[in-house]
Design a protein around this ligand. Sequence first.
Ligand code: FAD
Length: 456
Amino acid sequence: MRVVRVQVGRAGEIVIDGRAVPTAIVKRPVEGPVAIGRLGLEGDERVLRRRHGEEHHAVYAYPEAHYGWWEERLGRTLAPGIFGENLTVDGPLETEARIGDRIACGTALLQVAQPRIPCRKLRHQLGLRSSLDFLATRRVGYYLRVLREGVVQAGDRFEVVERAEGSPTVDTFVRIATEDYWDVVGLRELIAARDLDPTWREDLGDKLARAEAAEGWLGFRELEVVRREAAGEGAVHLWLACPWGRPLGPHRPGQAVGVLVRPVEGSRPMRRRYAITAREGERIRLTVRVAARRSVEEGVGLVSSYVHALEAGGRLAVSAPRGSWTAEALPRGVRRVTVLSAGMGIAPAVPLVRDLREAGLAVRAVHFRPEPGEPPLWDEARALGFEREGDLDVALRERPPGAVYAAGPRGFVASLGERLEVLGHDGAAFVEEVGPGPVPVPAAPPPPSEPPGCDG
Ligand SMILES: Cc1cc2nc3c(=O)[nH]c(=O)nc-3n(C[C@H](O)[C@H](O)[C@H](O)COP(=O)(O)OP(=O)(O)OC[C@H]3O[C@@H](n4cnc5c(N)ncnc54)[C@H](O)[C@@H]3O)c2cc1C
């Protein structure tokens, strides 16, 4: 492992969106030995000294191995030092370098301090739409702290001489700090990283507090399909779990998660909701039926067919379970409950009925279905004593319904409301429209806009 090139930059200006922006991001290769001081390389100027040039980002190293990848992606040859790096290295990649690793570099001793979190200047240099596009590649390089000053030149060794065992890699650090900020366990590991920059520790502490308050599920989390099973009538059961084995946090039977997908190339992201139909420890099951009509031109039926087609190993962005269609919503003292479902309303109804029964309530469950054939989940519904009814009036009149939970397509839910009114039903009613409808946008802090590692 060695230093391929050494670069320094002078403070100057570049024009971004018509405005002059002060920066020292433009760096030029240097021949011969260069002194590495506590705050960086000799002759390497910085702007924004408040955040830059401090000891935890004194030297920026970027793996030479990524140049070819970027050139292929951007379709052009990149100038040496384009990333604003001081050292272009044939050294550890982000997936190998751990925060706190000690690296012998020339006669200096350096320490991996933090990942590079890009700002608009790097986005501009590379011609990317957003700095987040750079982060998402995880080919971000890393800043180094100077533990012992020395001298470096191209060709010198760049070798890990002491591993920070147990400390997160740069790659893991970027993932958790900028994407998986729900990950309570991961955030704690980042905070415990060896010799971490106190600014990062503070920033991560805030994220941890938010993640803990949200019981480990903030925004959309990427889950993996660990099992796929047929569920009858154009439906599948998808069992989902965290690919990193993290806990999912609590949910109440009857609640639904949100999913966020780009169902076809170039489409806008679309959100839909799916009930959690079963749970085994840290795995949840969704039961997804393909919509009756699919048209790419009209943007109809796209999400269900995309999710339905996911195989084991596929990934899905899923937001935390939400909804008050649960046993907790019942007013005190209510002992009799009627659960009515239609269409895919059966999906939240099955776990809800199971939960209400376990709570000792008298539950009558009716699935409204005038057409022949069995709906998805019918085996489980039948085992729970669901009746099947093609006439809603019969379903409602048979005996006093008590509190009513109803879930189904818009038309079903609307006509049910009218019928309950006609019947003079004055009990509690919980109605969930299980069909196209708005998905609550989950609370999620945006990735840091001016994070501790920003390069200026
Ligand atoms: C709380 C809740 C829980 C849910 N749980 C489940 C569940 O467990 N399982 C499940 O499969 N689904 C569930 N859904 C429904 C799910 O969220 C989606 O609505 C469903 O998968 C269809 O999404 P889609 O994008 O494929 O179809 P959409 O594009 O939303 O269309 C759905 C259907 O509506 C009709 N439609 C929509 N727009 C038009 C139009 N412009 N012209 C004509 N027809 C149109 C079509 O018949 C189409 O097939 C739930 C919904 C909610 C709100």
